[in-house]
Design a protein around this ligand. Sequence first.
Ligand code: DLL
Length: 448
Amino acid sequence: MKRKVKSWIYEPEYESMPREKLEELKLERLKRIVKYCYERVPLYREKFKEAKLTPDDIKTLEDLSRIPFTTKDDLRKNWPYGMLATGMESLATIHCSSGTTGMPTSALYTKNDIFNAWAKVMARVYAMMGLKKGDIMQIAYGYGLFTGGLGFHYGALEIGVIALPISAGETERQLRLAKELKTTAIACTPTYALYLGEYAKEMGIDATKDLKWKCGSFGAEPWSEEVRAKIEELLDLEAFDVYGLSEIIGPGVAHECDQHNGDHFFEDHFLTEVIDSETGEPVSEGEKGELVYTTLTREAMPLLRFRSGDVVPWWTFEECECGRTLMRAGRVIGRSDDMLKVRGVKFWPSTVEHALLSVKGASQHFRIVIERPKTLDVMTVEVEPVKELYDEVKGDLSKLEDLKKEIGEKIRSVVGISAVVKLVPVGTITRFMGKAKRVEDRRKVVPF
Ligand code: DLL
């Protein structure tokens, strides 16, 4: 991939604020939001009472750790309006989380939440990709209760990039409109980006000549560097990671700049801590840990120390080459509650993807099935070979024994356990337009 874009900074007064000043701003906003939550949200009044705390006890940023965590379960129990900190008359819009790991939770927004927080952080996202007025963003995230489509939409309106609100799916039309309208950027899940790339090939569309995408913002699910390389090759663009979660705002909690050395977290809006998932204690700079958020500017549904379950491999406050001083972290590997435990070994589906894609001849289309026929867990990885190879053996998978063996060895060395590898015909694994679902756990009792 030739690097094509140059990041710029939408709100340098915040994104490049000297760290000391940023810490002051965070503290000022923290004190305000703690008081706000205490006065308006019964759950927080209870939590503070139990912890024998009052808002006045929060005097420094270190004092934050005295506040109890907010969990996904707290939000479920308060479905649908229990966390609302304003009156209904101030509410502008309601989204729901995708509920990938349980019941949905509500995400509530006032007009200020949308225009002064969400649209602003999303405008920063566009600037990170070097997009400006005149660019056309093809928004292929779902519009609706999922926050992807509208989040990108608000950001486009704020920064003046032209939005093409096409939503997810209808792949042929996506590609036709991309070509005819000459859209200059695309936003969708990495899974769908790969699918678009394959489909384009089938339609005889040459991404280099026929498409004008300079860059793409991909996220809403974990994805590996191998997938990034594949997307960049298939779609001939520069691929960026976009991260976020509905409970906090939607997309726009963090994004990569053109240095691609971690995601920048918009700490002036969402104070971010990194903790050890098991002990709940903070981890040092550079270490792996779970992201915890305190919304500093939200009105409708402010959250204090919300445990996202999302794990990053490292984080730092070191200034980036791009000039941003905001916290940076490696891309989210997975959610602690999506982690698999097979025969005692813990890993994420993204680790399997990483193993697979380092084997030449294996495609990104795979599925993990876990069973326990007797006492021992058995993991089967069903994987499609790449199309070229499949065509070469004329669909006779028995001719690909070496590939099967190599995949098995790679999984054993990267994931740490052996798997039954099953090659399946091209096109048989479900293609997803949004977030991919790759795991089927058939065990009756899932260990943890
Ligand atoms: O997925 C918001 C979003 C939309 C983000 C479009 C990016 C682009 P939820 O449906 O609430 O919101 O799911 C949030 O998805 O806690 C992570 O576990 C996962 N996730 C989101 N972005 C990434 C990413 C949206 N870039 C949950 N890498 C989060 C890894 C991600 N995981």
